[in-house]
Design a protein around this ligand. Structure first.
Ligand code: TYM
Length: 332
């Protein structure tokens, strides 16, 4: 049966890219397929996290899920560390995946930087944990932003090799990435060639889900652009990374196609697009941030939602793990 799994790291600075590329898509999918939405705290600690902040950040992602419209009575919402099957299956997958596969992961190269000797081992094996997240539930569909594409390919390779190595054809499904559509790749507001990211040192590079209306308006006003008027057709965006990004964000937030956005703004300058985009962003994001604030005032409620979600998740992953151990040859 089809099943959706996705996750977001509780590393702070939850931004418009996370919302448009991932969380917003979760909201629609929960009604189409059985869905699990995880807060991947085990992934977060591949880079040191302040323990107090980590708790707050975990609740913040839960609040964002709920505020965006994920219904915990419909979808399963939980944090990864509460379901030990993730880490257990990740170990097995570390024994299935090959060094060469992980050596090719571009995100590790980016995140580890120049001094790879000093990166944590967890940062290197990160994609095997991600494969375990998905396959502990035999999930078939994984909504993510464009930047997770390579990790999803690795998850498919792990599933295929496990099935082959243990003569268990079809045991793990090959999970399908759901990446299409507007918002799959939101770029930095300061540099249209870099993706919007939680770790960019410039706060002006991203709109976060906790920004108030003034902050959103200011960041869009200061967003990098170029001196030319907007083109009236999409091919005119070629080579204009910042223009493409702002038009793309407008399209994703409004539900219009990029062509429709250009029909409206073509021939006009950024002085027309930016204020309209700021109004639109405030209109769409303000209700989410105020609901997030309201939810975060009641951590007890969030914790109860996560606890119930973890129990539900365990009840799915438990039997799959038992079967996996049987296949591998562990005494069960
Ligand atoms: P993370 O926490 O970096 O990001 C969460 C989600 O947001 C998407 N995203 C973006 N989408 C569009 N434009 C951007 N600029 C942008 N930046 C981030 C990401 O693609 C992601 O969908 N490894 C994952 C978390 C994870 C996971 C999983 C996802 C762990 N296990 C299993 C799916 C299935 C990550 O670090 O996402």
């Amino acid at each position: 049966p089809p099943r959706v799994f996705s996750g977001v790291q509780p590393t702070g600075n939850l931004h418009l890219g996370n919302y448009l590329g991932a969380i917003r898509k979760f909201v629609g999918l929960q009604h189409e397929m059985e869905s699990l939405f995880c807060i991947v705290d085990l992934h977060a600690v591949t880079v040191w996290q302040d323990p107090k902040a980590l708790k707050a950040q975990t609740r913040e992602i839960a609040a964002a899920y709920l505020a965006a419209g994920i219904d915990p009575d419909v979808a399963t919402v939980f944090h990864q560390s509460a379901v030990p099957e993730h880490a257990e299956l990740a170990w097995l997958f570390q024994c299935v995946a090959r060094m060469g596969w992980l050596n090719r992961m571009t995100q590790f190269k980016d995140k580890a930087g120049k001094d790879k000797e000093r990166a944590s081992v967890g940062l290197f094996t990160y994609p095997t944990l991600m494969a375990a997240d998905i396959l502990a539930y035999k999930a078939t569909h994984v909504p993510v932003g464009e930047d997770q594409k390579q990790h999803l390919e690795l998850a498919r390779d792990v599933a295929g090799k496990f099935n082959l190595d243990f003569g268990a054809e079809g045991f793990f499904p090959l999970p399908e990435p759901l990446i299409r559509g507007a918002g799959a790749r939101v770029m930095s507001l300061r540099d249209g060639t870099k993706k919007m990211s939680k770790s960019d040192p410039s706060d002006l590079s991203r709109i976060t889900l906790t920004d108030d209306a003034d902050a959103i308006a200011k960041k869009i006003k200061k967003a990098k652009s170029d001196p030319d008027p907007l083109p009236s057709a999409e091919d005119g965006l070629e080579g204009r990374a910042e223009a493409r990004n702002l038009v793309g964000i407008y399209a994703a937030l409004s539900g219009m196609s990029e062509a429709e956005v250009l029909t409206r703004f073509g021939g006009q300058g950024f002085a027309a697009l930016k204020p309209a985009l700021a109004d639109l962003a405030v209109e769409k994001l303000a209700p989410i941030s105020s609901e997030m604030r309201r939810l975060m005032d009641d951590p007890g409620h969030i914790d109860a939602v996560l606890k119930a979600g973890a129990e539900k998740a365990s009840s799915i992953a438990g039997p799959i793990l038992r079967e996996t151990k049987e296949i591998v040859g562990f005494l069960t």
